[in-house]
Ligand binder design. Structure first.
Ligand code: NAP
Length: 348
């Protein structure tokens, strides 16, 4: 039997799509991804990038305060361990994602904890193959597999993730550990400049570490960084090691000159990677039209349509510009509405 709607992905876009599709009686089936070591190392476990962050202070509707009672009443008993870890300061990324997942489940969304590894959009119904080798047929598909932040690949960087190493200044920058302290941002593109500018509102100094002598960022953004007295650009410099302790997390960064190899240490309580993102679209290669950077291309302005009729995309997998939880959830909602209307137009 063919599914009406299969949703691939389990970040805010996937769950928002599932909530709306379930409430529209489309009985969605969500492939939330597999819990594997490969996915852990890549940053592509179920629940997406938000599950890798700490506090979420900018998702509307979750002001700071003690949400323990609300979390306990909203999540099933098997997730109460999370409530016991609750920081009593608004909502964390993992909590928000579990709440969204639970909300989708409450409306009847069915969940499979596997990856989709291959698709055939050339036949109808569409064919999707899971990591375990099983096949599912779908009349309509919503792709919401997100993107993963690129990291440098240093073991010390891995060690201090969530203890000072981050790839999202907007998500984490206002945390107490970063206030009035020196911070490091790595990268030379618009993201790095934007993150450095954002962090300069909290930090004492932001070292913007760029491996070349010229920023890749647009001229106007680059000039903003150069003119900002709190941003200290470290030209021709790479990160050699993130320094820290088990109790304090990141305490500094060892930098290495790209020109003469000389090294030096700067004190910092945070190291923000802004060296680009990689969309999770490998399984879609050759199946959907992509942008140059391999993001799924939205083919109709202000809609979530893709190059294949009946396949819609939502969230960071198709958006390398906004990349926020709230915008991902917004496009997830749009994709479910687009899917519902498309199915109705086909009499399905
Ligand atoms: P990006 O433009 O690809 O820049 C990535 C930066 O990271 C580059 O400066 C690159 O150095 C550096 N980098 C990559 N790998 C590295 C490594 N292993 N070690 C050290 N440095 C490394 O990515 P982005 O800044 O995330 O921007 C992505 C897109 O979003 C762009 O089109 C951008 O314009 C857009 N965006 C726009 C805005 C805005 O307009 N407000 C804000 C953010 C992003 P090299 O320069 O040497 O290659």
């Amino acid at each position: 039997m063919s599914e009406h709607v299969v949703i691939v992905g389990s970040g805010p876009a996937g769950w928002a799509a599932a909530i709306y599709a379930a409430r529209a009686s489309l009985n969605p089936l969500v492939y939330e991804g597999a819990v594997t070591e490969d996915n852990r190392l890549q940053g592509t476990l179920p629940l997406g990038q938000l599950a890798l962050t700490t506090e979420v202070e900018n998702y509307p509707g979750f002001p700071s305060g003690d949400l323990s009672d609300y979390l306990r009443s909203s999540l099933p008993a098997e997730h109460h361990w999370m409530v016991d870890l609750h920081q009593k300061e608004g909502c964390s990324g993992p909590e928000l994602m579990h709440l969204m997942r639970q909300q989708a489940t409450n409306f009847g969304a069915r969940i499979v904890t596997e990856d989709i590894v291959d698709v055939d959009f050339g036949s109808r119904p569409f064919q999707l193959k899971s990591g375990s080798g099983s096949n599912v047929e779908a009349m309509c598909v919503i792709v919401a597999t997100g993107a993963r932040a690129n990291y440098l690949g240093l073991p010390s960087e891995e060690k201090y993730k969530n203890a000072g190493v981050s790839a999202c200044a907007v998500c984490d920058g206002a945390l107490p550990r970063f206030r009035d302290k020196p911070l490091v941002v790595v990268g030379g593109g618009d993201s790095a400049v934007e993150e450095a500018d954002f962090l300069s509102k909290f930090a004492s100094t932001v070292y913007l570490v760029h491996r070349r002598d010229e920023l890749r960022a647009s001229k106007i953004m680059a000039q903003r960084a150069i003119d900002n007295p709190k941003i200290d650009i470290q030209w021709n410099t790479q990160v050699d090691e993130i320094l820290g302790t088990d109790t304090d997390g990141v305490t500094g960064v060892r930098l290495k000159s790209s020109t003469d190899g000389g090294s030096r240490v700067v004190e910092a309580t945070g190291a923000f990677m802004a060296i680009g993102h990689t969309p999770n679209t490998d399984f879609l290669a050759g199946k959907l039209e992509m942008t140059e950077k391999k993001y799924v291309r939205w083919t109709v302005p202000f809609r979530t349509n893709t190059s294949v009729e009946g396949v819609f995309a939502a969230g960071d997998v198709a958006d390398d510009y906004y990349r926020q939880a709230v915008t991902a959830a917004g496009t997830g909602c749009m994709a479910a509405l687009d899917a519902e209307r498309w199915l109705a137009s086909q009499g399905l």
